[in-house]
Ligand binder design. Structure first.
Ligand SMILES: Nc1ncnc2c1ncn2[C@@H]1O[C@H](COP(=O)(O)OP(=O)(O)OP(=O)(O)O)[C@@H](O)[C@H]1O
Ligand SMILES: [Mg+2]
Length: 431
């Protein structure tokens, strides 16, 4: 439907919505929208626009979407000054954005990036939030360049990334740290960034979360940390940093009226993201004699000799198609699911004094993997379709373009189905 919007007014749009400017001029997060330019607000997200000139727009609203006039400014007025201050630092500027869930980290990142890009600065964003990733796909840290203003970070193409393998940082903090650091360095050194903005996860309230944030700051050494606070929730993270003379801590108000998202909505957004990412994916087969498999006993140990395999087969009363061990683990792959496998694995662990994993052929399906090229560069993610344990072949659904480039496949800790639905979290070394 067509709608006219009056100069000087503000509107809040709740997604899923699509707005195309026919006449006039709108402003969204520092990006000016002119005729024929459009704005997409996904489901479970919201956006506020300011009408700069009397405008006519084409509006399409999906299920549950809404467009209402808003009286107050959405972006806290303090944000503008903070952005000015940050952009006046000596280049290259490194900034880390901290805040709790729905505090507006992604929105602040866009706002800062838009201001930097409009001034002609080479602007890069490292999105270290692996759960609600804006750049790239869940399970990965993404690096993207903001060439001109955007309304959301999901419009920013991932030019490089780092596979973390799961969607919550707690068990994989080291990967988040390593990946973020590598990508920030790349932005500065390879891409000659003037500004690198690090968006972080909303996990801030316990000791482990602080540990992650502190180590990230010590590793990246940004000139500035922006703390988006609602009350004082970030003080336990930032107070201890006050004595560093290389670091300015800027406290900024969190978004006053965010569209908060439930766990379910967050999961749904991730699912849509996997689906989009794998839309043009194909099955590729890799030979694990040539390509490494990281995070697995399979293809990294010694295959059990026949006699030992027969012994195990007798003990378990089921056909075993593959058994392999490393000094600390024994992997047993049975022909079909084995009843009571967990208890039996425990029993065998005691007996052999090493961790025993019993899985069945087919268990591998749906595990998310990261693909790395021969020079150690992240290529993209994939989903395991099938493993031929005897012939050491793995089939992966992936949208990477050149499978001959792949040097290593890294097992992730999450399983998804054909619809991108997350069906299970896994520990590491499940196979
Ligand atoms: N300009 C805007 N107008 C209205 N709502 C907005 C605007 N920008 C963001 N929002 C909504 O506010 C919510 C929180 O914002 P944002 O995504 O920036 O927070 P976040 O701290 O990055 O959240 P998360 O912890 O999920 O990463 C989102 O649902 C978003 O859709
Ligand atoms: Mg965010």
């Amino acid at each position: 439907m067509k709608q006219t919007l009056t100069k000087g007014k503000r509107y809040r749009i709740e997604g899923p919505a699509y707005i195309m400017v026919l006449e006039g001029e709108l402003l969204a997060l520092g990006k000016i929208l002119r005729p024929r330019e459009s704005l997409v607000v996904p489901k479970a997200k919201a956006m506020t626009i300011e009408v700069l000139e009397d405008s006519t727009v084409e509006v399409r609203l999906g299920d549950g979407a809404n467009i209402v006039e808003e009286t107050e400014e959405f972006i806290p007025p303090e944000w503008k000054e903070i952005v000015e201050r940050i952009l006046s630092y000596e280049k290259p500027i490194k900034a880390i954005i901290l805040g709790g869930v729905d505090s507006g980290k992604s929105t602040f990142t866009v706002f800062l990036a838009n201001s930097a890009a409009s001034r002609g600065l080479r602007t890069y964003v490292v999105d270290s939030d692996i759960g609600q990733s804006d750049i790239g796909v869940p399970t990965t840290i993404g690096l993207g360049r903001v060439r001109r203003p955007v309304t959301t970070l999901s419009q920013v193409r991932m030019i490089d990334g780092y596979f973390v393998g799961t969607v919550s940082p707690a068990p994989v903090m080291h990967r988040v740290l390593v990946g973020t650091s590598i990508l920030v360095d790349k932005a500065v050194e390879r891409y000659k960034a003037d500004v690198v903005i690090v968006n972080t996860s909303g996990w801030v309230t316990d000791a482990k979360a602080r540990e992650l944030k502190w180590n990230m700051i010590l590793l990246i050494k940004p000139q500035v940390v922006v703390a988006l606070e609602r009350s004082n929730e970030l003080e336990p993270v930032i107070q201890c940093l006050k004595g560093f003379k290389w670091l300015e801590i800027i406290r900024a108000p969190a978004l006053p009226r965010p569209r908060t998202r439930s766990r379910e909505e967050r999961r749904m957004l991730r699912e849509a993201s996997y689906k989009r990412y794998l839309r043009e994916a194909k099955i590729r087969t890799f030979n694990l004699n040539k390509v490494g498999l990281m995070g697995a006993t399979f293809s990294n140990g010694v295959v059990l000799p026949r006699e030992r395999l027969m012994e195990l087969q007798e003990m378990l009363g089921i056909n075993i198609i593959h058994a392999e061990e490393t000094p600390d683990r024994l992997l047993i792959v049975t022909e079909r699911p084995l009843k009571g496998s967990v208890a039996k694995a425990k029993e065998l662990s005691m007996k052999f004094e090493k961790k025993v994993d019993i899985i069945y052929k087919g268990f591998e399906k749906g595990i998310v993997v990261g693909l790395w090229d021969k020079s150690g560069r992240f290529l993209g993610i994939g989903v395991v379709d099938d493993i031929d344990y005897k012939n050491k072949q793995i089939r992966v659904l992936t949208s990477i373009r050149d499978d001959s480039e792949v040097g290593m496949i890294q097992l992730g800790q999450i399983r998804i189905d054909e619809n991108g639905r997350e069906i299970e979290k896994l520990s590491s070394y499940v196979l």
